[in-house]
Design a protein around this ligand. Structure first.
Ligand code: NAD
Length: 425
């Protein structure tokens, strides 16, 4: 955008997407090529984009690749992953292959249970408020279940109350958690509606004032767990196994390392979450908050050596994913990806996603403890750099190959190679 561009576009949200694009093009002084690129990028899904978000002008395609070799609880599954980052899908394929001989990934879950919080303020005796609310559990259940009869029909609904008195900078507050089984829905809208319906009644019963009413993404009653075993010979020997354990102990003790270690896990998790139209931010928030549950931020995974010298990996994390609601049900690509996965319930989906997270962590730790992360990234990164400097067609592979041979993937070098290929230098 140039300096004289205004961010004010009268009636923008009421326009059709095409008119919005033209208005943006005028304001941002876009050329025909940029406008055509944005229009083409919607690839026939502009109506969907317009239904999903406000002020839509186009869509942005993220590559979807398939992770192969994955066995979850004895079932082989092809896993669609939506990611723009190179090496992520290859790492899962490779890691999953290396634990096939021991049966792949074994999972368990705690059930599809979500919680919403209602903040109560101004109570002279927060503990008293806590008891007053608990006495009304029958009425609370009725209010919540009446809010979502469909959820009740599918076997979900209100389950329990958890009432906490927390210390804050402005004194104690009472926080009411309504615990709800949301079945095959992620459940944000479901529990938020219940919390909003319940809040006025809580005010009436307690004399306190309700303020915030929203789910917690720290969905620690909706846990997915996975365990897998990698024989030492599949890893590259005992030294590599032990170095991977040292890598894990580093991450578990140091938040600087843990942030990157866990980011790697989320490379896998978020890619499947996105491919299935689920909410990546919700899952990421829950994952990182859960990683800090012991009072400091640590590794989301646990790794150990078993009696036979195998490397055993464990991942337990909140995974509030659904098959109903959000973009999942209305995005045709998400629906097709769910068909590839062959899942019938949100629970099955969570089991696959947590397995991919563990596989990703194994791949990243093994790479880091051996050749380093750049070697695996090099090939695809070289291609990206070739594209960045404007290589087209067969030039892309030629530039990438030369960069790899040089062992330096740099834009200035790629520019020189491309110029030479084109006889310009
Ligand atoms: P939703 O409200 O669209 O769908 C859930 C509803 O579908 C249920 O309440 C129920 O009435 C019905 N339903 C039909 N069949 C069902 C079945 N088999 N199992 C369960 N319910 C069934 O979606 P949702 O899952 O409540 O909310 C998910 C959306 O909320 C996501 O798009 C998310 O991005 C968004 N969101 C997230 C946050 C957050 O994470 N902080 C906050 C607000 C909204």
């Amino acid at each position: 955008m140039s300096d004289d561009t205004s961010s004010r576009i009268e009636g923008f949200h009421k326009m059709e997407p095409d008119a919005r694009l033209q208005a943006v093009a005028r304001q941002a002084k876009l050329g025909n090529e940029a406008v055509a690129t944005l229009a083409d990028a919607a690839s026939g899904q502009i109506e969907l984009a317009d239904r999903l978000v406000e002020n839509a002008i186009t869509s942005m395609a993220i590559p979807v690749g398939i992770a192969t070799n994955v066995t979850v609880d004895g079932r082989d599954v092809l896993v669609p992953m939506a990611t723009e980052e190179s090496s992520v899908i290859a790492a899962v394929c490779n890691s999953a292959k290396r634990c096939r001989s021991t049966g792949g990934f074994r999972t368990s879950t705690s059930g599809p249970v979500m919680a919403a919080q209602i903040q109560l303020l101004g109570a002279s005796d927060p503990e008293n408020v806590r008891l007053k609310v608990l006495e009304r559990i029958g009425e609370i259940k009725a209010i919540c279940d009446e809010t979502d009869p469909l959820l009740l029909k599918f076997g979900g609904g209100f389950q329990d109350l958890d009432i906490r008195v927390i210390d804050t900078a402005e004194g104690p507050m009472t926080v009411v958690h309504i615990i709800v089984d949301t079945r095959d829905a992620m459940g944000a809208n479901a529990v938020n509606s219940m919390a909003e319906a319940l809040a006025p009644k809580l005010e009436e019963w307690t004399g306190a004032r309700s303020l915030l009413r929203i789910l917690t993404n720290l969905a620690d009653r909706r846990l997915a767990r996975v365990r897998a075993v990698w024989p030492a010979e599949e890893i590259g020997g005992e030294q590599v196994r032990d170095d991977m354990l040292s890598a894990y102990h580093f991450a578990d003790a140091d938040p600087y390392r843990a942030a990157t270690h866990n980011k790697g896990i989320m490379n896998g998790i978020s890619a499947v979450v996105l491919a299935t139209g689920n909410d990546t931010r919700a899952i990421e928030a829950g994952a990182h908050a859960y990683a800090a549950k012991d009072g400091w931020y640590r590794s989301m995974t646990r790794w150990e050596k078993d009696g036979d010298g195998n490397l055993v990996g464990i991942l337990e994390m909140p995974l509030a994913v659904g098959l109903i609601g959000g973009a999942t049900k209305i995005h045709p690509t998400a629906q097709a990806n769910l068909k590839i996965l062959g899942v019938k319930t949100a629970d099955e989906l969570a089991r696959i996603i947590v397995s991919v997270g563990l596989a990703q962590n194994f791949g990243a730790m093994r790479a880091l403890a051996t050749t380093g992360i750049q070697k695996g990234h090099m090939a695809l990164h070289a291609q990206n750099v070739a594209l960045m400097v404007g290589a087209v067609g067969t030039e892309i592979d030629k530039v990438a190959e030369e960069l790899k041979t040089l062992g330096k993937v740099r834009q200035d070098l790629a520019e020189g190679i491309l110029a030479r290929l084109r006889g310009e230098a």
